[in-house]
Ligand binder design. Structure first.
Ligand SMILES: [Zn+2]
Length: 232
């Protein structure tokens, strides 16, 4: 079954958390006048067991956003940390200084730090990722659909990036728009190009300033255990 998010679902999803502080502007179409905006939580690198990165890196300024998948099917989210470590090890083996991507989204919609955003990502394909914010949505979207939770986090993360770096929503691309690859997979790319994803991003951009909370490293190991136990 397609998992396209309706406008109502996205707006409702933004207002779900009852314990979060009230941040940002009132949402268009929000179900309650006192609805709260759930902050986007950015998990630290130790929440996925990242190995130490080893440069050299190049610095850049973000000018656009590119969406990726891993092209490896992913269903059991308790294995998220293992999966991201595999990517990092694979990227080390290609001579890259760290995992290629800046932001990582697991099957449950958890958002993690990858490579520091101030450093240019790496690619094995023929394009220059200088200026690109690289967002990885974990899975193979040629053979599976992104989950509702992944899409919700992707929409809010992309909206945050557009606001933070002054990127127009129309500039958000898939990897395949830049290089000879099927990335980010047929089902995710379709949502990008039929406007269903970008409409939701635009809705969020127009509705609120997306609050992003950086979760401290001191909580990373505990969060990793929760994800491995399937409770987060
Ligand atoms: Zn890609």
């Amino acid at each position: 079954m397609p998992v396209d998010l309706t406008r109502r679902q996205v707006v409702a999803g933004l207002a779900l958390a009852a314990t979060a502080p009230v941040i940002g502007v009132p949402l268009i179409g929000a179900p309650a006048a006192n609805a709260v905006v759930r902050p986007l939580e950015l998990l630290p690198r130790n929440a996925w067991g990242a190995a130490k990165r080893h440069g050299p890196f190049r610095r850049h300024q973000i000018e656009t956003i590119t969406i990726h998948h891993s092209a490896v099917p992913f269903v059991d989210n308790t294995l998220a940390a293992d999966r991201f470590q595999q990517h990092q090890n694979h990227h080390f083996s290609q001579g890259f200084p760290d995992i290629s991507y800046h932001l990582l989204i697991d099957r449950n919609g958890n958002l993690y730090r990858g490579r520091p955003i101030r450093f240019v990502g790496s690619t094995a394909t023929e394009y220059d990722p200088t200026g690109h914010l690289l967002i990885l949505v974990e899975g193979d979207f040629d053979s599976q659909q992104p989950s509702h939770a992944q899409l919700n986090t992707l929409i809010r993360t992309t909206a945050w990036g557009c606001q933070k770096f002054g990127v127009a929503v129309a500039e958000v691309d898939g990897h395949r728009d830049n290089a000879d690859t099927t990335c980010p997979g047929a089902s995710l790319y379709r949502k990008l190009r039929n406007g269903s994803l970008t409409e939701q991003v635009q809705l969020v951009v127009d509705s609120e300033t997306v609050p992003l909370v950086t979760v401290p490293k001191s909580q990373g190991r505990q969060i990793r255990a929760q994800i491995a136990a399937g409770t987060r």
